[in-house]
Design a protein around this ligand. Structure first.
Ligand code: 5AD
Ligand code: SF4
Length: 459
C-alpha cells in the first residue's frame, strides 16, 4: 500500500515540477513515506529521519516531509522530536500536497496536516514510473479498515473503510496497461467487503471487469479476510481467467481462544473449512498467510494449535511476526504479555516448520511446465555474481502461484529474442531452492491463452 501511495506522492510532486532522483544527496525535497504496522517499522522510520539531519546541515534549503502511518499516528509530535522536519502529512493528505509544498517553498514554514475524514474518491494521479518498464503494478481499490482487530493500528491511522468507484479503478488500470503494465495487484485491507458499504459492485464482479481489460495478463489481490472469504470469491478464483492461482489468507493464530481475543470473528474450524473448499475447487492453488506469535496471553497450548493448523494447511509461504504493542490498539491493555525471549523462540520454531513446507511446495513444482510472466533481469545478475559469460541474460519472473523462477535467456535458442519483460514464457521447472525455482524456457507465448497455473508434467 505504501508503494502505491509513494507513486501517488511522486505523481503530485511531478505536477509541481519535481523530478525523482535515486541520489539522496542531490535532492531538494525528501519525502519519507512511513509504516507503523509493527513497532520495528516505526523505529526504522525514526532512525532514518534522524539520519537526514546531516543532509539538512549541508543544504539548509532542503525540504523534508514525513508521510504515511507514522505521520498520521504521531502528528505534530514529530516536529518536536525531529527538528529538521518541515512537513508532516497523514494518510489522507496526499491529495493536498500540491497546496502544502508551495506554502513551505514560499514561507519556509513548518506544516502538519493529519486530518482524517471519510474520504471522497478521486481518480488516481499517474506517475511516470512506468517509463522504467515495470510490468507489475499495485492499484489501491479500498482504503482504511473497519475490522478493529485488537492488535492492529490500521483502523486508527488509515480511517474507516472506503471503496474506490469501479470506474476510477478501471480507468487507472487501463492507463497502466497502456504504459506497459501486464499485471496488477488490487489492494485493500479486506477486499472481500469491497463495495458493500457504498453499494458498488461486489469484489468478484470487480474482478470480472478487470479481467476484461485488453492487454492485461494477470490479476492478483490482497488481502482477503477469512471471515468474509466465501464461495463467490472461490468460484471467481476458478473461473476468472486472468486471476492468478494464489490467495493470501491471514489466519493470525490457530487457537480459538486467541482468535477471539484478537477479535478476528472466525474460528479455527471455519478457517480450515474454507481452505478445504478452496483446495477442492481450485486444485494447485497456492495459499500464503500471516501469523502473529506471542499475542498477550498466548500459552504453549495456543501456540501448538497454531503449529498444528500449519501442518494441516501446509502453506506455500508464510509471513510470521512477533506481537508488538501499537498505539490505540486495545491489546495494549491486555494482561499476560509474553516475554521477548519467548516470542522470538516461538517465531523461530514456527519458521523452521514453515521452511519444510516452503521447500516441499517448491520441490513439487520440479518437472512441471509453468507460464512465467517475465519481470526483468534477476537480482543475482544485476549484482554481477552470475557465473556465466556475459551477455547471457538471467531473467526472473513469477508463476501464477507467485513463485519466483529464474532462467537463462539463451536456454531457448528458437525464439529467445522474444523473451523480454512483460512476456509470458512457458518454462520447465528444473530445480527448487528455498526461496525460488530454476527453469528452462520451452516456449514464448504469442497470445495470452493458458495464463493460469500448471500446464503439464514431464514425469
Ligand atoms: N504485532 C505484530 N504483528 C502485527 N501485524 C499487525 N499488527 C501487528 C502487531 N501489533 C501483522 C498481522 C498482519 C500483518 C500485516 O502484520 O499478521 O496481517
Ligand atoms: Fe488490521 Fe484487522 Fe483491519 Fe487487517 S482486518 S488491517 S489486521 S484491523
Amino acid at each position: 500500500m505504501n508503494v502505491y501511495d509513494s507513486e501517488q506522492i511522486a505523481a503530485r510532486l511531478a505536477a509541481l515540477g519535481y523530478q525523482q532522483t535515486g541520489i539522496l544527496e542531490i535532492a531538494d525535497l525528501v519525502i519519507v513515506n512511513t509504516c507503523t504496522i509493527r513497532a520495528k517499522a516505526e523505529q526504522k522510520a525514526f532512525s532514518f529521519l534522524g539520519r537526514l539531519a546531516g543532509l539538512k546541515i549541508k543544504k539548509p534549503g532542503l525540504i523534508i516531509g514525513v508521510g504515511g502511518c507514522v505521520a498520521q499516528q504521531e502528528g505534530e509530535k514529530i516536529l518536536r522530536r525531529v527538528p529538521h522536519i518541515d512537513l508532516v502529512f497523514g494518510t489522507q493528505a496526499i491529495d493536498r500536497l500540491p497546496l502544502l509544498i508551495p506554502k513551505i517553498e514560499d514561507k519556509r514554514c513548518r506544516i502538519v496536516d493529519v486530518a482524517l475524514t471519510e474520504k471522497s474518491d478521486q481518480p488516481a494521479a499517474f506517475s511516470d514510473r512506468r517509463l522504467d518498464g515495470s510490468v507489475s503494478s499495485f492499484v489501491t481499490i479500498m482504503r482504511g479498515c473497519d475490522n478493529f482487530c485488537t492488535y492492529c493500528v490500521v483502523p486508527h491511522v488509515r480511517g474507516r473503510e472506503t471503496s474506490r468507484h469501479p470506474d476510477h479503478i478501471l480507468e487507472e488500470i487501463r492507463g497502466l496497461v497502456q504504459s506497459g503494465v501486464k499485471e496488477v495487484t488490487l489492494l485493500g485491507q479486506n477486499v472481500n467487503s469491497y463495495g458493500k458499504k457504498e453499494g458498488l459492485c461486489s469484489f468478484p464482479e470487480l474482478l470480472s471487469c478487470v479481467n476484461s481489460i485488453e492487454g492485461l495478463l494477470r490479476i492478483r489481490f490482497t488481502t482477503s479476510h477469512p471471515k468474509d472469504f466465501g464461495s463467490d470469491l472461490i468460484n471467481a478464483l476458478k473461473t476468472t481467467e486472468k486471476v492468478c492461482d494464489h490467495i493470501h489468507l491471514p489466519v493470525q493464530s490457530g487457537s480459538d481462544r486467541i482468535l477471539k481475543r484478537m477479535n478476528r470473528k472466525y474460528t479455527r474450524a471455519l478457517y480450515l473449512d474454507k481452505i478445504m473448499e478452496l483446495k477442492d475447487t481450485c486444485p494447485g492453488i497456492a495459499v500464503t498467510s500471516d501469523i502473529i506469535v506471542g499475542f498477550p496471553g498466548e500459552t504453549e497450548a495456543d501456540f501448538n494449535e497454531t503449529m498444528d493448523l500449519m501442518k494441516m494447511v501446509e502453506f506455500d509461504g508464510l509471513f510470521a511476526f512477533v506481537y508488538s504493542d501499537r498505539p490505540n490498539a486495545p491489546a495494549v491493555q491486555f494482561k499476560n504479555k509474553i516475554s521477548e525471549e519467548k516470542k522470538i523462540k516461538r517465531l523461530q520454531t514456527l519458521l523452521e516448520l514453515q521452511e519444510n513446507f516452503t521447500r516441499m511446495k517448491n520441490q513439487a513444482q520440479v518437472g512441471s511446465v509453468q507460464p512465467i510472466l517475465v519481470e526483468g533481469i534477476s537480482k543475482k545478475q544485476s549484482s554481477g555474481s552470475v557465473n556465466r559469460p556475459q551477455p547471457t541474460v538471467q531473467w526472473t519472473g513469477r508463476t501464477s502461484t507467485n513463485k519466483i523462477v529464474n532462467f537463462f535467456h539463451n536456454d531457448n535458442p528458437q525464439n529467445c529474442a522474444d523473451i523480454f519483460p512483460g512476456k509470458i514464457v512457458r518454462t520447465k521447472i528444473e530445480k527448487a531452492y528455498a526461496h525460488s525455482l530454476w527453469g528452462k524456457p520451452v516456449e514464448v507465448k504469442s497470445a495470452s491463452a493458458g495464463l493460469k497455473g500448471e500446464e503439464s508434467y514431464a514425469a
